[in-house]
Design a protein around this ligand. Structure first.
Ligand code: GLA
Length: 334
């Protein structure tokens, strides 16, 4: 019989929820890992607009319902991801019957309809929603990302999405979610956006830090400063899509069949430092979700280099705990 190992969800039970992103396949292949180690799940793709409403008015809830029933059956919370995003959004959303771009009112109405239908289906079953994902621009000289949402609806779509989601489920906490969230320039823009929403009394409750990081960057200091800044607005912070790539962004090498010793050592150290930091901020961090469960499957094996294996998690390809896992569960006193 396999030896029992500590469970993340018990180790962190007084700190924050601990989650994994799953999809229609890993829900089965990683079932034991997910149900023993975690107490929250997120759909990797199954709750995105193109999956839920591929054609106007034709919703397909098969996979997302399966995920939510799985969560209910195994006593897991669900983080909803995501309602409004420039990616994985069906094309029809932005077009009228003759194939031209749709007008502002109609687009906003479609957005409202999508949010109302999805959020009310899972009322009281999803504890937090990523309402708006990635609307801040990466370019230093732009504030909001150029997208069809912005171009056709104007920036008002952002606040309206939160109001609509809040009406549909007043108990779910609502998040703005983004990547490169610890980079000082982007961080300050996210702060500015969220602060302006709060000033307008928009029902937003937290900032989601995606945390697609690697074993070199960002620095712990930058992560800490970002948590502090977002929390200074009186908001919750959730780590929403964490993975620690073993490659730096510039490293495009493709010949590795396994992570090197040096990579794993750095990964252990970083995971330990990060979880120490998360615990230090347990009063503001309400959930920490990995963008997967174990190294057998990760989107990073196709990004940014297609077909290159990556090993970003606490569990290896065979679902065994890595040294990083032991570092994370060996909590120092206090
Ligand atoms: C972003 C999105 C996620 C996912 C990842 C890549 O971070 O928020 O839904 O698509 O990219 O897998």
């Amino acid at each position: 019989m396999k030896k029992e190992i500590p469970r993340l969800k018990e180790v962190f039970k007084d700190d924050f929820k601990i989650g994994a992103a799953v999809n229609k396949w890993t829900l089965h292949s990683a079932k034991d890992l997910v149900t023993t180690q975690f107490n929250s799940i997120t759909a990797e793709n199954e709750m995105k607009p193109e999956m839920l409403q591929p054609e106007e008015g034709e919703f397909d809830f098969d996979y997302s319902d399966q995920l939510v029933s799985f969560a209910n059956e195994h006593n897991l919370g669900v983080r909803g991801h995501t309602l409004v995003w420039h990616n994985q959004c069906p094309n029809w959303m932005f077009k009228n019957e003759s194939g031209q771009t749709v007008d502002r009112e109609r687009l906003l109405k479609r957005m409202d309809q999508h949010i109302e239908t999805v959020v009310s289906r899972y009322v009281n079953q999803v504890y937090s929603w990523d309402v708006v994902n990635e609307v801040i621009a990466d370019e230093e000289d732009r504030f909001l990302r150029q997208s069809q949402w912005l171009e056709l609806a104007g920036e008002e779509f952002i606040e309206r999405a939160f109001h609509t989601a809040n009406k549909a489920d007043p108990n779910a906490t609502l998040f703005y979610n983004d990547y490169n969230e610890s980079d000082p320039i982007k961080r300050d823009k996210i702060y500015k956006l969220v602060k302006s929403l709060l000033e307008k009394k928009v029902p937003i409750h937290g900032v989601g830090m995606q945390a697609h990081w690697n074993i070199h960057t960002p620095s712990i200091e930058h992560i800490q400063q970002a948590i502090e800044l977002y929390a200074s607005l009186g908001l919750e912070v959730q780590i929403t899509e964490m993975d620690l790539s073993v490659f730096s962004w510039e490293d495009k090498r493709t010949d590795l069949l396994a992570p090197t010793k040096e990579m794993l050592a750095l990964q252990e150290r970083r995971y330990e430092q990060m979880f120490n930091l998360f615990r230090e901020y347990r009063d503001v961090i309400s959930s920490v979700t990995f963008w997967g469960g174990a190294d057998d499957y990760t989107w990073l094996s196709n990004f940014p280099v297609k077909g290159r294996k990556n090993w970003p998690f606490l569990f290896d390809e065979y679902f065994n705990p890595k040294q990083s896992f032991w570092k994370v569960v060996q909590k120092s006193e206090g």
